[in-house]
Design a protein around this ligand. Sequence first.
Ligand SMILES: O=c1ccn([C@@H]2O[C@H](COP(=O)(O)O)[C@@H](O)[C@H]2O)c(=O)[nH]1
Length: 290
Amino acid sequence: MTSGAATPGGATPFGARLAAAMDEHGPLCVGIDPHVGLLDAWGLTDDAAGLRTFALTVLDAVAGRVAAVKPQSALFERHGSAGVAVLEEVVAAGRETGTLVIVDAKRGDIGSTMDGYADAYLRDGSPLAGDALTVSPYLGFGSLDPAVDAALASGRGLFVLCLTSNKEGHEVQHARTEDGVSVAAVMAGRAAALNAGADPLGSIGLVVGATIGDSAARTGVDLAAVNGPLLAPGVGAQGAGPRELAAVFGAARRQVLASSSRGVLRAGPDLAALRTAARTAAHEAAAALR
Ligand SMILES: O=c1ccn([C@@H]2O[C@H](COP(=O)(O)O)[C@@H](O)[C@H]2O)c(=O)[nH]1
């Protein structure tokens, strides 16, 4: 199955749903990252009850107003099963609003184990299944096959780590294979093959940080050729803004979903202030990527 085709059950593919959401609300994803410092600043406790209030407040403020939200799984997992139960509730509540939910869990393992992750995050009826999942291809892109199959079969999407926003990503992503191709370009090429022919966008996206400067050119990654969405973290707290978005993405700018977590969340817990922060970030991203 290619990433643009309707699913056997008739679901609209993730790429098409995301393109429509970005057209309607602008190219912004708000990260739901309940860091200890933010919980404290919001007057919340660092426990499952605090997480729940935090995450549901963010949803209340931005759902139906932005293209997507992205709960950061690690910050729920640190509270054990009670935190994971909150993540499940947030995924369900987010999906109910119609806002796309990208679960940022960066899963990756050998194929047989990846089957389990695919079941957990990409199967209809699973409590952790949002609309898309972030995955790590660094056990080999082919190890992601179960997730690719499950995503395409259920109308969900993947965001494959390609050129990440952290400075350490170079060690792996800029390395060259024996053919002289960068590892990042191999990953981008594999995503492009899965998205071939999809219109308006395929469902196998990449994570490409807004902070990467000229890394796409340096690694030979042709972002426009990916024909899939590009999740761009690094906006706001990590220092990237409109200028970086425009410079990094160039001809691929219409594929970009800019992502900001702390940059928006620091405006909380006031709902109006959160909405204003998200609206400003969305307008800035839209202007930069026009
Ligand atoms: O390359 C990557 C991949 C994922 N992230 C995640 O995005 C958010 C960024 O949060 P900010 O507060 O906006 O810095 C966080 O959940 C990261 O794990 C990333 O930053 N870079």
